[in-house]
Design a protein around this ligand. Structure first.
Ligand SMILES: [Mg+2]
Length: 299
């Protein structure tokens, strides 16, 4: 799997989504509810409700093709389509899939540690450092306080990928359970989940820990997503707990691809609308560049 991390990564069209030039509020109704309270465990404060947030959605459709790159899996086989259309659960990666940005990079940049953290991210992506070590190293550079996380969410509201809201609505309407599986932070994913109508129990992500004054304490190392192979573990746990017969994983990264294994996901759909990781895309059961493709196939 490490080899998958060493391959070329092509940001497809970062200039398509300049944060400041996007329409400010796309969602209707705009999110204004208080976020659910999150228990941070013993010796830590309960997270206070965050201030109301406004999420932003990109309004431009992603590029359909990547020049110079050809893949044979952009059309689903009959078997793949059969599983997709009959899945009883769909798990989505968050960073560069449900959301346009990488949450930890946004937080690092907001806290003034963007460059140092980016170097660690590169190491993490090379596969030379265990995920948990890279996560700990990056957080020790950021040391985000609770108020910084709140401010970051308010001033750099998560940007939702085009088409994801409609796709999740359709899945839910067909009684397909939807999960968010992320190596990012629950506190930053909660507002996205609220907007998409996904309950907190269906989020599998890392938990930042804060002290009674809101100071950074660390992260919950018992979360499966805090470790290498954690997404695969989370998906296996979900499947076992609910007895799902057909489960699909959708994401852009090697850790999402890892979730396709016995007892885990039956199908891995690579979403390359934001980041194209060529080795991951090549191994996917189905490569898509927009969520509209997936929505259309359900109709
Ligand atoms: Mg991702």
């Amino acid at each position: 799997m490490a080899g998958l991390f060493n391959t070329r990564v092509s940001p497809i069209h970062p200039s398509y989504y300049p944060r400041l030039s996007l329409p400010k509020v796309i969602f209707s109704p705009s999110i204004s509810s208080r976020l659910p309270e999150v228990s941070l465990g013993l010796a830590c404060s309960t997270m206070t409700p965050l201030r109301p947030l406004t999420l932003m959605a990109a309004s431009l459709e992603p590029a359909k093709t990547i020049s110079g790159t050809q893949f044979e899996n952009t059309q689903p086989s009959k078997e793949v389509l059969e599983i997709w259309c009959n899945a009883d659960a769909v798990c989505f990666d968050v960073d560069s899939t449900v959301c346009l940005d990488e949450g930890i990079d946004e937080l690092a940049d907001f806290c003034g540690a963007g460059r140092a953290v980016a170097e660690w991210t590169t190491k993490a992506m090379s596969g030379s450092v265990p995920f948990e070590a890279a996560l700990a190293a990056r957080l020790s550079l950021i040391k985000p306080s609770l108020s910084q996380v709140q401010d970051c969410l308010e001033k750099r509201a998560p940007r939702i990928s085009p088409g994801i809201s409609d796709l999740i609505k359709k899945l839910k309407a067909e009684n397909t359970d939807v999960y968010l599986i992320s190596g990012g932070f629950r506190q930053m994913i909660n507002p996205v989940a609220v907007q998409l109508g996904i309950s907190p129990e269906n989020i599998f992500a890392n938990q930042l820990l804060f002290g009674s004054s809101g100071e950074f304490l660390g992260f919950d190392t018992t979360e499966p997503t805090s470790r290498s192979g954690g997404k695969a573990t989370a998906v296996q746990q979900i499947r076992k707990a609910h007895g799902y017969k057909k489960l699909v994983m959708i994401g852009d990264g090697a850790t999402d691809l890892e979730a396709r294994k016995p007892g885990g996901a039956d199908l891995f759909i690579c979403y390359a609308g934001i980041q194209m990781r060529e080795a991951v895309a090549a191994k996917a059961d189905w490569l898509v560049f927009s969520f509209q493709e997936l929505l259309t196939s359900l109709s």
